[in-house]
Design a binder for this molecule. Sequence first.
Ligand SMILES: [Zn+2]
Length: 158
Amino acid sequence: MLSLSDWGTTDRRTLVHLERCVLEVFARHVQLIGSSRESGGILLGRVRGSNLEIIEATVPSRFDERFPFLFIRKARQHRQIADERWRCSGGTVRYLGEWHTHPEELPQPSSVDLVEWRTLSAKRNDGRPLLAVIVGRAGLHVEFINDAGQRLVLESIR
Ligand SMILES: [Zn+2]
């Protein structure tokens, strides 16, 4: 999955870099067999101008509920980690978005995903769009979504 570390909007005005440890977390949670459960967490990182550097993906906590086709995130645990990183980094590492797995080769967001992302985007207090990642078996889906539901799908840059 290391070739999936760099993403950009079609016009390349916004780039997203996923650090190796983030891709490793994704790789560990890929849903390889039909019965394995969806996983997910939040994405933390730094804002560099119009670009994002994702340095950490939190892993499912024991409070999350995991089912084959649904991942219910218990926000409190993940939020605590985000608050901790923000404090320890002097306000440079922040919550930037969400990730979860799908039992699909090349994942596409479900209608439930789009509604949830839009809601999460509206809850952000820095006014930035939410970065949403779906981890499939053969690739990632990466997009920005804002509180009006406008989507910007990113492509892998090789
Ligand atoms: Zn989904």
